[in-house]
Design a protein around this ligand. Sequence first.
Ligand code: CP
Ligand code: NVA
Length: 307
Amino acid sequence: MKKDLLTLRDLAADDFESLFDRSFKLKQRRGDGIASGMLRGKTLGLIFDKASTRTRVSFEAAMVQLGGTPLFLNARDTQLIRNEPIADTARVLSRYLDALVVRTYSQDLLEELASEASIPVINGLTDLYHPCQVLSDIMTILEKKGGLDELKIVWIGDGNNVAHSWLNAAAILGFNLTLACPEGFYPRKEILESAQADRKDTIQVISDPQAAVRDADVIYTDVWASMGQESESAHRKKVFRPYQVDRGLVDQAKPDVMVMHCLPAHRGEEITGEVLEGPHSVVWDQAENKLHMHKAILERYIAIDEQ
Ligand code: CP
Ligand code: NVA
């Protein structure tokens, strides 16, 4: 039976652990110059309906480095643009490929595609979630901080797709997560409530960024207007201004606080250039880890499908 990765809720705590273990091994092997042919003969389709640098290239490179072949499809170049049903597309592509990574707007559309596909479907970002991003982000935290249990992780800014995946991860793994979002830009109620259901003491959302970063071990931010929200950009710039991650905010966290951003970053908006390029920032290592985590994900989903 094929498995999909549509949200982090598709994973149990043990699955997270094995993905972290494997991604560290794969990072080590790449560092040692050891090639792996784990996915030789396999083909990964990538259907992208939104822009991407990191997710696209790291999944493509991961596939090549594991001995397989990636096939990138701009959704606008497929018959989807001429209204071929998503179900028909899913059924046909399942005959050609071994797995699909999909970046699109609607989570419902992704779920429909996955339900019709007979191959694993991996969420490469929707308006609602960005699960692969948060897997590699947690890998980066484990790498730099050695664990999650004693940490205070703070999200500053929009209660968006990446924030939703952080909530899912915190619900499953039980780490301490505080989000500081402007009123009206909190995460979706049902996602927050479901995360807090078992984790009332460790997951909170407030609107004061200064209070949120007190004693923070990790500060994480993301763009104020996500892809698809470009028309709201001017309004959002005003609302989110007090949520900029600048030196003053970082100075209120722990002295060894780590600053993260999934990128692309807008210097002078959600983060200052000084902080992004400064000593607390780990954003380049964070971006690199997408490659290693995506390899672990591909091995897991394509190999599981084989069993
Ligand atoms: N972080 C991330 O998903 O980047 P891209 O949009 O470049 O893929
Ligand atoms: N929240 C951002 C993440 C980009 C990787 C967006 O959806 O545009």
